[in-house]
Design a protein around this ligand. Structure first.
Ligand SMILES: Nc1nc2c(ncn2[C@@H]2O[C@H](COP(=O)(O)OP(=O)(O)OP(=O)(O)O)[C@@H](O)[C@H]2O)c(=O)[nH]1
Ligand SMILES: [Mg+2]
Length: 637
């Protein structure tokens, strides 16, 4: 990456390397929003601390044709780092990352409504010896609150240029870029006066703190219209009883919406997939190619594609709640529960991120500085229901759970869906609890959550993030899943049945052989050989299990089709007990391979992914077994 960027030509100063700008600031001050505004990137922005946990690089071209590299970094209060994400920022600023020097200019991003702590950080950054520019971000909110900030006085006292900005609306962003590039160029011609490359000492921090306090008192006035709304809303939302009740209602409504609202859109996609398949079947001559296209590609990818609406609706909810600032409240409300389970309060955000996918979840555990707390969180994160499991849950639910309504509003299918999520969450708490008791035997640290002020979400930003989620899903469907489907088709079709065969052709294929090999092992939990075969590609990406079932039944049925046919097929071939067992399996099933790889990287050892795989496998098998036995004895076998 770095080599590629340093060889790119700089538009006006051919031969020289582009200027490198680092964005540094307190958590949740708008660094990533600024990064996106500067570079056109779409990194994740949300209204709570600790969203960004790694260094991201982007490219900026100014109106004047200058090119610069911009670094987005995790939020921090000081260059004296404690947690792994703060270490990333410190090392980037001090030029300790391999192959990297200190940035040419540091943009200190400040939340203008909350300047107290950032001024000291600005002084620390100045002491590094590189030019610093201060961005007074969120100036829109500061103005609304009637906060008087003496911008020029501040610039004079700190000895750095100050630019006011609104990152989410791109206000002042070009001026900031120009100021940063000018500062870097001026500095390059001035004699180098680099003083420190080291972390500040505690004594130095105290000194800078006093200076910062003095500047703050002199240049910043109390808000004339302070934000009382946040406090008033919080009286209700953080209430120990009302707050929890509202949280449950919000979550419940979210999962109902995912099920009910998505339905018409899913039907539409299903119709489109079926039509495509029928069209392809008409054009293509009978034979293997037709089977590959219709049974493998269209039936397989199509059966995954129908879940696009559900995924986008789920993310719309999550993104809205994150951007308003509600998720930090949810963390606060659940802090007690999590504490009892032995999870650090900061674990909430990693667990929340795992709703999308366990990979960002495991990575955002970096915000936790204590290694044991961090490991506990990493081990529990994959039990949170990732979005890839939506496909599995929905398919089985729509095939086996009747579409009933209670009290006119509560949809039974949505209720089961919610329960599966709840099972995952409870599982995560139990695993954390067991790790605490069995392995660490230590209490988790108390934690003070920073509650951000509520904000009105920027509609364009929200819609863009939702669209981005859809895009990620479609890309997966078009690459990993498509590739796997072709592979699965081969495994299901070859070798072809011998002439005069009496059984369905698929029984003679590799899939049939694999199924018969692993089948006996999974028979006690009620899995047929088709179900067992589908689990294997599910290790690469969970949705592929659905695609695989789509292909297996399409190939063995000799007809092709999308989701409704698959659901109908399942209802025909599986007993309800087996279906429930399959759901239980997927609540705990071992992670896809990429999650295990990330766990290895984040923990620096193979032990943890091995433990993770084993405990999840054991849990999945045990719970599927129990569910299957109970269901069979209840007459659902
Ligand atoms: N009103 C307003 N909101 C902003 C502005 N800049 C950012 N935000 C919002 O502030 C919140 C935090 O923004 P981020 O860019 O995620 O903050 P960050 O500094 O990258 O946070 P971490 O990565 O957690 O350290 C988001 O909800 C943004 O939409 C601004 O200038 N005005
Ligand atoms: Mg960020």
């Amino acid at each position: 990456m770095i080599a590629e960027q340093t060889t790119l030509p700089n538009s006006d100063e051919a031969g020289t390397e582009p200027i490198r700008i680092a964005l540094v600031g307190n958590p949740n001050c708008g660094k990533t929003a600024m990064f996106n505004a500067l570079t056109g990137a779409r990194q994740k922005v949300a209204n709570y601390a600790g969203v960004t946990v790694e260094r991201k690089e982007g490219r900026l071209t100014t109106a004047g044709g200058h090119t610069a590299i911009v670094l987005d970094l995790p939020g921090t209060y000081s260059l004296r780092a404690r947690s792994p994400d703060e270490v990333v920022t410190r090392d980037a600023v001090l030029g300790r990352l391999t192959g990297e020097t200190t940035p040419d200019v540091i943009v200190c991003v400040a939340d203008a409504t909350n300047l107290r702590l950032v001024l000291r950080l600005a002084l620390e950054l100045k002491a590094v010896g590189r030019p610093v520019v201060l961005a007074l971000n969120m100036i829109d909110i500061a103005e609304r609150q009637g906060r008087d900030i003496d911008v020029e006085g501040l610039a004079g006292d700190l000895g750095v240029p100050v630019v006011t900005t609104v990152a989410t609306r791109r206000r002042g962003v070009e001026a900031l870029a120009a100021a940063a590039i000018k500062a870097a160029n001026d500095h390059a011609t001035a004699p180098s006066n680099i003083t420190g490359w080291a972390e500040p000492s505690a004594a130095e921090l105290r000194r800078l703190h006093l200076t910062a306090e003095r500047i703050f008192k002199k240049r910043v006035r109390e808000a004339r219209r302070p934000d009382t709304l946040t406090g008033r809303i919080d009286d209700v939302l953080l209430h120990p009883v009302a707050g929890i009740a509202i949280l449950l209602i919000v979550l419940f409504a979210m999962f109902q919406a995912v099920f009910v609202v998505a339905k018409p859109f899913m039907d539409l996609i299903t119709a489109a997939v079926t039509a495509t398949s029928a069209g392809a079947a008409m054009i293509l001559p009978d034979g293997l190619l037709k089977s590959l296209v219709c049974d493998g590609v269209i039936a397989g990818v199509g059966s995954v594609l129908v879940f696009l609406p559900q995924i986008m609706i789920l993310f719309l909810f999550i993104i809205l709640l994150e951007d308003v600032g509600y998720m930090a409240r949810a963390a606060f409300l659940l802090d007690r529960v999590m504490g009892v389970a032995g999870l650090h309060g900061r674990a909430f955000i990693p667990l929340l991120s795992s709703f999308a996918c366990a990979i960002p979840g495991v990575m955002s555990a970096r915000v936790i500085d204590n290694r044991r707390d961090r490991l506990t969180t990493i081990m529990a994160a994959p039990l949170m229901t990732c979005s890839a499991r939506i496909a599995v849950y929905t398919l089985i639910i729509s095939a086996f759970i009747p579409d009933k309504r209670y009290f006119g509003v509560i949809n039974l299918q949505g209720l089961v869906f919610f329960s599966l999520y709840a099972a995952g969450m409870i599982g995560a708490l139990v695993v954390a609890w067991v790790m605490r008791r069995l392995i660490w035997r230590s209490a988790s640290e108390p934690f003070l959550m920073e509650l951000p002020a509520y904000k009105r979400p920027e509609l364009v930003v929200v819609m863009r993030s939702v669209a981005q989620r859809g895009q990620i899903f479609l890309t997966r469907a078009g690459t990993t899943i498509l590739f796997m489907m072709v592979l699965i088709w081969f495994v299901c079709t070859l070798p072809v049945a011998p002439p005069g065969a009496t059984e369905p052709a698929i029984n003679y294929s590799f899939a049939g052989m694999i199924g018969r090999a692993v089948g006996p092992f999974l028979a006690p939990i009620g899995f047929s050989w088709q179900m067992s075969v589908a689990l294997i590609p599910g290790l690469a990406a969970r949705e592929v299990a659905i695609g695989a079932l789509g292909a297996i039944y399409a190939v063995s049925g000799g007809e092709s089709g999308g989701h409704p046919l698959l659901a109908a097929n399942l209802a025909h071939h599986w007993s309800t007990a087996s279906a429930l067992s399959f759901l239980a399996w997927y609540v705990f099933a071992p992670q896809c391979a990429s999650t295990l790889a990330v766990v290895k990287r984040e923990t620096g050892s193979w032990i943890w992914p091995v433990i993770m795989f084993s405990y999840m496998f054991a849990l999945a098998y045990a719970s599927a077994f129990v569910v299957y036995r109970i269901a069979v004895s209840a007459g659902l076998g």
